[in-house]
Ligand binder design. Structure first.
Ligand SMILES: NC(=O)c1ccc[n+]([C@@H]2O[C@H](COP(=O)([O-])OP(=O)(O)OC[C@H]3O[C@@H](n4cnc5c(N)ncnc54)[C@H](O)[C@@H]3O)[C@@H](O)[C@H]2O)c1
Length: 333
């Protein structure tokens, strides 16, 4: 199979490419990525010499780039990971989110329509459903996005829905909960807190840290996407979750304990505007198809902490320069 992975130099996409090349030695992977601040070829250093792997630098918001990639390559399936993904950045400046998550998705959908691609997976988030106090979101739950990030992701997902209904395009949309694991840019809660503590810096916790997220190991997200690529039904939507719900404060304590520090390292900061209180996914549909998560939370989070401890060559350069300016702006809000 020839796979076009879009946004494969980011956190989840790079872990997925590694998984695919290892599990399916005959598959070919093209990785189309703009290399924004979050895209990093160091995420794929170990496979850059693989004969079945090719990297193309390009922006999906640019129609000509996307068309050229489809025209020049034989592609059986497309998986779109490309997005601007950080909620806090979307609050400071939503423009890139609109361009990539909506216009970029539109360009890819035009590509799969014109080149009659057999399968397209739109990788999306539980955040499009908004916040839920009790119970869980199913695939039928309405979209109620509360941040520019989740609104732009919802826009892309709705375009996918419209293309299924209007043109019968072979699209599957997935909504996953929060992921964690190696190669996650150290602005997201888990890698930010781990790397700050390793550097003996305080960890900025929003509000009282009561917000609840469902946490999925990135390799489980990869297994689920692999499963959906091969067994998922086109035109369908699938939630991908773990059932593991944790308050941000619990996650913080877990990381502090593992790294031998105490709560003196916590700096409570002003809460994020429109901060969703809780996300939780009902994944019955995917489980009925035969998928189940493989990794348990404490072991996978410990493994993640060990990875950041062993790989400061990867994250240290990311925590300098423009990164600091951005954080100053963010936490002074
Ligand atoms: N991280 C999570 O917890 C999570 C959970 C659910 C869903 N998702 C979704 O999964 C996908 C991947 O998330 P991630 O955490 O790996 O993101 P990430 O920010 O680590 O990576 C995004 C990648 O997309 C690339 N990209 C951005 N704009 C582009 C453009 N215009 N053209 C081409 N490439 C572009 C970046 O260079 C980067 O490599 C996103 O669509 C996100 O919404 C993420």
């Amino acid at each position: 199979m020839n796979l076009l992975i879009v946004g494969g130099a980011g956190f989840i996409g790079s872990n997925f490419i590694r998984h695919i090349l290892k599990k399916y030695p005959t598959y070919r992977v093209i990785n189309l990525d703009k290399l924004t601040y979050a895209g990093n070829l160091n995420n794929l250093k170990d496979i850059e010499g693989n004969a079945n792997y090719q990297f193309i630098k390009g922006d999906i918001a640019d129609e000509r780039t996307v068309k050229k990639v489809f025209r020049l390559n034989k592609i059986d399936a497309v998986i779109n990971y490309a997005a601007e993904t950080h909620v806090d950045r979307s609050i400071l400046d939503p423009s890139a989110f609109i361009k990539t998550d909506i216009l970029g998705t539109y360009n890819l959908l035009e590509g799969i329509k014109e080149y009659k691609i057999a399968k397209y997976i739109q990788v999306s988030t539980d955040e499009v459903y908004g916040s839920i106090e009790k119970g869980k979101f199913t695939e039928e739950s309405p979209f109620k996005p509360n941040s520019p990030y989740s609104a732009s992701k919802a826009g892309g997902d709705l375009l996918c829905r419209a293309c299924v209904k209007t043109y019968g395009l072979p699209i599957i949309v997935t909504h996953a909960c929060n992921c964690y694991g190696p190669y996650q840019y150290p602005e997201k809660l888990i890698p930010l807190f781990i790397t700050n503590i390793i550097e003996n810096k305080k960890v900025p916790l929003y509000g009282e840290g009561q917000n609840i997220r469902e946490w999925l190991y990135v390799l489980d997200h990869g297994n689920a996407t692999d499963f959906i690529l091969h067994k998922g039904k086109v035109g369908e939507v699938y939630n991908i979750g773990s059932g593991v719900e944790k308050q941000n404060l619990e996650i913080t304590h877990f990381i502090l304990d593992e790294l031998g520090k105490d709560e003196a390292m916590i700096e409570k900061i002003k809460d994020r505007p429109a901060h969703d209180f809780r996300y939780a996914l009902d994944c019955t549909k995917l489980k009925r198809l035969g998928w189940q998560s493989e990794y348990d939370f404490p072991s996978a989070l410990r493994e993640t902490i060990r990875w950041y401890l062993a790989n400061d060559w990867w994250w240290k350069p990311l925590k300098s320069g423009g990164y600091l300016e951005y954080y100053k702006k963010q936490y002074q809000r």
